[in-house]
Ligand binder design. Structure first.
Ligand code: UGA
Length: 443
């Protein structure tokens, strides 16, 4: 056998038969060589194709520019993400520095609640990567100042939109996030009448884009996200409990948050995503949102400008269960700590996953005129009040949280009353803007 093979391949002595054999061998050899070289050429071609695809992809990723088209709240005109340096920042920021720690993607990290939660997580050694589009709904310089604070603690905030599916996919490629704290949203109750599209863009479309990314991530993260007390809408049974019906929203904002609760339920049901929705009750405190009443009242009072105080029917005062930021942060962190795992993988559910909703409020509502009175005392300036009947703008007359569920399951216990919380807020406001220089805080 061995001889035969050697003879066929390596004819030793010239001769007819041997010559014919040699020709036959040559034909075979050429055929064989021809097919090998074709294969070789194909291989070369495929390698070249792969290389050019990869370099094109990296070029596109490095220079990605994306725009917030469907909302007139504009995010920064364009920004870039991707590239090795960017990935390194993301990875370093996500590093866990404690046993049993988590790595959390915090959306809306340049925002009020997002920045506080990010810092709290980082402080105890969790990995945190922020995401924020720094839009112009209110003064983006405040958002950037919050980002600088985060940056000093080693938290990297990616500039981008939750509607950017490619960016989200890349983030999950780079880091196996254990949790997502989703706080990016179009906030504000009354602004929904001015710019309804921005609510659909961020609170509905953006939420779905994020959930799609979480569903496809491997491992799937657990999700904790911000719903709102406004989902209780026109309910008049107080205090509000999670088991109450929430089908009478009074504003488009409330309706998009309610939609968020239904949408997250779907993703929990179909894909096994662990979901916790937190109904925040009028959160306030240092580094807060300039569009909110306590903040804009402070600015106007200091500048000697009048403030508009809304009143309900029959001159009834409006009231809110104002909740201090530190209490909210504790509720958020406890929700992350107790969130069960998502069960899906490869986009498929592998078993039931937790779906939870909690009220995070203060449990003691205060009327808006009382809020103004507290501010006057802390600012030592009398407010010029215009009492106006509440226009039909989406506001609800009062909010009041029952927090027994959060107390029992999260250990949530609010400890800061409005007087103490506003004192801390005013102290921060004066140190940040200076006395009488609040015009920077305009929206
Ligand atoms: O708890 C919530 O779910 C919501 O809390 C706040 O919404 P809101 O309670 O309306 O907070 P503010 O805008 O600070 O208003 C507080 C109270 O002051 C009143 N107000 C507001 C503005 C104003 O010029 N005058 C005035 O009397 C409002 O009618 C309301 O009763 C946030 O803005 C929402 O993003 C959040 O989801």
């Amino acid at each position: 056998m061995r001889l035969l093979m050697e003879e066929e391949l390596f004819p030793s002595t010239p001769g007819k038969v041997k010559i014919e054999r040699a020709h036959a061998f040559n034909r075979q050899f050429h055929r064989c060589f021809a097919s090998t070289s074709t294969m070789f050429l194909w291989a070369l071609f495929l390698i070249a194709l792969t290389i050019s695809y990869l370099s094109f992809k990296s070029f596109v990723d490095t220079g990605t520019h994306y725009f917030n088209l469907s909302s007139s709240v504009s995010s920064s005109s364009s920004h870039a993400w991707g590239g090795l340096q960017w990935e390194k920042h993301v990875r370093t920021s996500a590093e866990i520095r404690r046993a049993e720690g988590m790595s959390v993607l915090v959306t809306g990290a340049g925002g009020f609640v997002g920045s506080h939660v990010s810092l709290a997580l980082r402080k105890r050694g969790d990995g945190v990567v922020g995401l924020d589009n720094f839009n112009t709904y209110y003064d983006p310089s405040l958002k950037r100042a919050r980002r600088n604070l985060l940056s000093k603690s080693g938290i990297f905030v990616v500039e981008g939109d939750v509607n950017d599916a490619r960016l989200l996919a890349r983030l999950f490629d780079v880091v196996a996030f254990t949790h997502v704290m989703h706080l990016a949203a179009q906030a504000g109750v009354r602004y929904a009448m001015e710019n309804p599209a921005s609510y659909v863009h961020s609170n509905v479309a953006g939420l779905v884009t994020l959930l799609e990314a979480c569903k496809s991530a491997d491992p799937q993260p657990a999700i904790v996200w911000a719903s709102s007390s406004s989902v209780y809408g026109l309910n008049d049974k107080v205090p509000f409990s999670e088991s109450d019906k929430t089908d009478r929203p009074a504003s488009l904002y409330a309706a998009t948050k309610k939609a968020g609760e239904e949408i997250t339920h779907t993703y929990n049901h179909i894909y096994g995503l662990s979901v916790t929705g937190l109904r925040f009750f009028t959160v306030y405190g240092p580094w807060g949102r300039p569009d909110m009443a306590y903040f804009s009242f402070t600015r106007n009072i200091l500048q000697g400008k009048p403030i508009t105080v809304y009143r309900g029917k029959d001159k009834k005062n409006l009231a809110r269960d104002f909740t201090y930021i530190d209490d909210i942060v504790k509720g958020c962190v406890a929700s992350l700590d107790t969130a069960g795992r998502s069960t899906g993988s490869g986009g498929k559910k592998r078993g039931p996953a937790p779906y939870r909703i909690y009220n995070l409020g203060n449990t003691s509502p205060v009327s808006v005129p009382d809020l103004v009175g507290i501010l006057e005392r802390h600012l030592k300036v009398k407010a010029k009040k215009n009492m106006v009947e509440m226009p039909g703008n989406g506001d609800v007359p009062f909010t009041h949280a029952n927090v027994s569920l959060a107390r029992n399951e999260l250990g949530y216990k609010p400890t800061t009353d409005l007087n103490t919380g506003l004192r801390k807020f005013v102290k921060w406001y004066l140190s940040y803007y200076g006395y009488n220089k609040g015009d920077k805080s305009g929206m």
